[in-house]
Design a protein around this ligand. Structure first.
Ligand code: TRP
Length: 378
């Protein structure tokens, strides 16, 4: 049977937050521990991060270790998953160069995620003549480089958030095109999306559609318990729910979205007893019961936020502790990345050799010179 291989990754532009966790990290660890996959590659996409951070390489450089710490704190295990740094696998750029010929400018312009990101970064605002605005070519083409990331490892499965769907679609197109021109060489990957709507795109603490560093609405995996409580306390809920007795809304209420993403049945046993250290009891046995009560009225936001805080910390505390342990031995964490990059490089080099063979640009492989001479038209 064909091998089952995972590749996925993140841009190291900041620490990872709980949106990354429910959207992808948690799943990766489950997949890793499921034993269903032959190989797992987790890439820190520094080269991709540089496509819109060319003037700030230090930010990217500093965040590599933060992302690696977040990975390992969440349970990614170097014995089971190869964690590596994209820029250290130069084969990826070579593949990108060849794939560039298989994609049109028009097709890239239609990629909805790239379009949206260009808007967000103001890349459309000027003609780019002064190099201050405008779209860096590398950024515009990053879906092609992402296809190289995925195909270099013959990935069959790419667990990512839904914003990455257009990238996987473009990758599949590139694979089909390559294979139809040069013969079957590359593997068409499948996307693996998060299981629930709440996990697909976790909103920010301010209720805005996306949790993002630039919006300042993130809860980071590395936040202290105090910081998490501060952020939870300030969270956006239901603006119409003014008094405890008022009926409240669940839809668009960020606290409930987070509960949907983080709450587990065991949390009701664990946290059912007194909250706030006062006499008030949180007597519910399921999230449905909590929602019903909130809809009817009589459940205050503070009570609810205390429950969410307990639920969040139940997940975050072990991550925090592992992170603190790992931080005591940073050379070890860098060593994991160095070794991982070496393993990744070998895998990518094999694919690159096959690609060059398929494209018939393998002039100096054994026997090829003889073949070239014999086929020469005099
Ligand atoms: N584009 C992804 C992100 O922004 C990072 C990434 C780069 C990636 N290459 C990849 C994800 C390949 C999955 C597969 O998070």
């Amino acid at each position: 049977m064909a091998e089952k291989i995972i590749l996925t990754g993140d841009r190291p532009t900041g620490r990872l937050h709980i949106g990354h966790y429910v959207g992808s990290l948690r799943r990766r660890v489950e997949l890793q521990d499921s034993g269903l996959f032959d190989k797992i590659f987790i890439m820190i996409a520094d080269a991709q991060a540089l496509t819109d951070n060319a003037d700030n390489p230090e930010k990217v450089r500093q965040n590599i270790i933060e992302v690696a710490l977040d990975y390992m704190a969440c349970g990614l295990d170097p014995a089971k998953s190869t964690m590596f740094i994209q820029s250290q696998v130069s084969e990826l750029t070579e593949l990108t160069f060849f794939y560039n010929n298989l994609v049109t400018v028009q097709r890239l312009q239609r990629n909805p995620t790239v379009k949206q990101e260009m808007q967000l970064r103001g890349f459309n605002d000027a003609d780019g003549a002064d190099n201050k605005a405008g779209t860096p070519v590398g950024f515009f083409c990053y879906p092609i480089s992402q296809a190289a990331d995925i195909t270099a490892f013959k990935a069959t499965t790419v667990p990512v958030g839904e914003d990455q769907e257009p990238m996987i679609e473009q990758t599949r197109e590139i694979v089909r095109k390559f294979n139809s021109i040069y013969g079957p060489t590359l593997v068409e990957p499948e996307i693996l999306l998060p299981e629930s709507a709440a996990c697909l795109r976790l909103p920010g603490t301010d209720g805005k559609a996306k949790m993002s560093k630039s919006l300042g609405n993130c809860i980071y995996l590395s936040d202290s318990a105090d910081t998490v409580w501060e952020k939870v306390r300030g969270m956006y809920t239901d603006p119409l729910h003014l008094q405890v007795s008022d009926p409240g809304h669940i839809e668009g209420n960020t606290v409930f979205t987070y509960l949907d993403a983080f709450c587990k049945p065991e949390h009701f046993d664990k946290f059912a007893s007194c909250f706030l250290g006062k006499k008030v009891c949180f007597e519910f046995h399921s999230l449905e019961e909590v929602k019903d009560q909130y809809r009817k009225g009589g459940l205050g936001d503070m009570m609810l936020k205390n429950f969410l805080n307990a639920v969040l910390n139940d997940t975050l505390e072990p991550i925090r502790q592992r992170r603190a342990e790992l931080e005591k031995d940073l050379p070890y964490v860098y060593e994991v990345l160095r070794k991982g990059s070496e393993i990744a490089r070998q895998a990518a080099a094999e694919t690159l050799a096959e690609v060059k063979r398929a494209m018939r640009i393998n002039y100096f492989e054994p026997g090829v010179i003889e073949e070239l001479i014999a086929s020469r038209k005099a």
